[in-house]
Design a protein around this ligand. Structure first.
Ligand SMILES: Cc1cc2nc3c(=O)[nH]c(=O)nc-3n(C[C@H](O)[C@H](O)[C@H](O)COP(=O)(O)OP(=O)(O)OC[C@H]3O[C@@H](n4cnc5c(N)ncnc54)[C@H](O)[C@@H]3O)c2cc1C
Length: 496
């Protein structure tokens, strides 16, 4: 085995982007993935010949001149990505207290559209947009400029989204509606930093897109570029141990016994799983316990639905439905009222925008609800588990039927995933949706730096910076700046 410049653990978006950037900049990289399929949350799967996304459904910032577009231009895949813009006048619909509100693309359009439902709140809506622009402006990498420590991004990790929305308007309905897609960041009003809300919302209002025929293409394009740059990808290669000698990591030991040596290591998996791989004293006990004690975001239950041909219209938007008078389901999570909210969306059949081929319903689910089956065999967890999933799926489908009468009749077949599926499939602790919880009451402790006390071990992936395609892209760039230099890399990206 050759000795690599950089070994990267995990082939999710974080690992693939680090691999792409470093190999593009001349480094000899090797990506190690424990699963057979590369891509982590970018993976898709097929049932009844139809493609289903697993962990990425829509993204912002992909329009020309927007931040993600520029990052992916540097990465060299933007021209080949097949994307489809969601409805300009309603990329998200929020069904709250029996009424449906639309988020439109473009900041003026966003204000005008919501102002038709809240005519007395136009000024508040303008203030909201002004404020989220101000917040985003404080994030240098969001604006593709080097982080020279001159900006105030920390401040917005210390303010909660709930208090921010209260400062915008006293109208409780509008406060709820403005947080209607908070499932995108597993929101808790007095914990979630306003930074997460602002960065995600801003980029979607700028431009909201789906990946045509699924997000696997994103992973495949990244893999192709890494291979073209001379990089290596190894699947079925679970890293079990990071061997430390001479005050740095010397090699990654795989569960199949192989030993992979490198000068530098990047772990793009959960940080506490990474720390468990090495027992070196270079990592202080206090650092380990800080990382191990961090709270995980909640998990999800998903129903993937295969629809009968030409039976249900394609909806070019996402639909968030709430059963209660509060859009913040996480702090109010109540098993008896499950599901308190869900996200519903459809995907069109190829070359058609009229009919949907698939539909997906996603809602929160706590890991505890499936914990009893955690030691059973994957793919054969028994009748009780199958019955549990069937009952949950039927509840969700009935909920959708209430909003879209006739929906049930157009179902051909359905499949489900639970927090156990999530845990098995991405290696996240307890099937966590977005990794660790960022807490505005304890901002510093809940932010993870890409640097560790082991000089040649860096962290990346959704736990560094923030989750989501844009968050992980920025986090990957941040990690790579540790090897390439901040100003050098940002300059190259800006001028790509
Ligand atoms: C249901 C759901 C919906 C989402 N929807 C969206 C969305 O619409 N838009 C959006 O922007 N974001 C969305 N996200 C968030 C987004 O998917 C993630 O933030 C992002 O993909 C995380 O990328 P990652 O590289 O950090 O981790 P992952 O994608 O989790 O990749 C980690 C990889 O590491 C591998 N691995 C783990 N342990 C080891 C080991 N020991 N050795 C080797 N390999 C290992 C795993 O198998 C996996 O392939 C969603 C997430 C979920 C769960």
């Amino acid at each position: 085995m050759p000795k690599y410049d950089v070994v990267i653990i995990g082939s999710g978006l974080g690992g693939l982007l680090c691999g792409n950037i470093l190999s593009k900049e001349g480094m000899n990289v090797c990506i190690l993935e424990k699963q057979n399929q590369f891509g982590g949350n970018l993976q898709t799967f097929k049932r009844d010949g139809k493609t289903f996304d697993t962990g990425i459904h829509y993204v912002g910032g992909l329009g020309k001149g927007q931040n993600l577009h520029q990052y992916l231009k540097y990465v060299g895949i933007i021209d080949d990505l097949k994307i489809q813009q969601l409805d300009q006048n309603a990329f998200d619909k929020i069904n709250f207290e029996g009424k449906t509100y639309s988020y439109a693309q473009g900041f003026d359009n966003f204000i005008d559209t919501l102002a038709t439902d809240f005519p007395n709140e136009r000024e508040a809506l303008k203030e909201y947009v002004k404020k989220i622009k101000e917040i985003c402006n404080e994030f240098p990498l969001f604006n593709i400029r080097p982080n020279l420590g001159l900006d105030n991004e920390e401040m917005y990790f210390e303010e909660s989204v709930g208090s921010f929305l209260q400062s915008i308007t006293k109208n409780k309905t509008l406060q709820n509606v403005l947080a209607g897609n908070n499932m995108l960041y597993a929101g808790d009003p007095f914990k979630t930093p306003v930074a997460l809300h602002a960065l995600i919302t801003y980029s979607l209002i700028e431009g909201a897109y789906r990946f045509e025929n699924g997000s696997q293409q994103f992973a495949d394009l990244l893999i192709e570029t890494i291979q073209n740059n001379g990089g290596t990808l190894m699947n079925n290669s679970e890293v079990q141990e990071l061997k430390v000698t001479d005050r740095k990591i010397e090699s990654a030991v795989l569960s199949n016994g192989k030993i992979i040596e490198a000068d530098n290591f990047i772990s793009a998996i959960h940080p506490s799983v990474t720390l468990d791989m090495t027992d070196t004293k270079l990592l202080r006990k206090s650092y380990r316990s800080r990382i191990n004690d961090l709270e995980e975001t909640i998990s999800v239950f998903t129903v993937y639905i295969s629809l009968k041909p030409d039976s249900f219209p394609y909806l070019n938007h996402n639909y968030y439905h709430f059963n209660e008078d509060n859009v913040w389901s996480i702090p109010n999570y109540n098993l008896e009222k499950w599901p308190q909210e869900y996200l519903f969306f459809t995907l069109p059949k190829a070359n058609s925008t009229k009919y949907a081929e698939t539909a997906t319903v996603i809602t929160y689910m706590k890991y505890d609800e499936v914990k009893q089956w955690e030691n059973s065999q994957v793919g054969n967890r028994g009748k009780d588990y199958e019955e549990f999933k069937r009952q949950k799926a039927e509840i969700l489908i009935d909920q959708v039927e209430k909003q879209y009468p006739g929906f049930k009749a157009s179902i051909n077949n359905y499949y489900t995933s639970s927090p156990l599926t999530m845990k098995n499939y991405t290696g996240t602790k307890n099937g966590s949706m977005y990794g660790i919880v960022h807490d505005s009451n304890d901002a510093l402790r809940t932010r993870i730096s890409p640097k560790t006390k082991i000089p040649n071990l860096l962290l990346s992936g959704q736990n560094v910076n923030i989750h989501g395609v844009l968050g992980v892209t920025i986090g990957s760039v941040l990690t790579c700046t540790e090897l390439l230099g901040m100003e050098y890399l940002l300059e190259k990206i800006k001028n790509a």
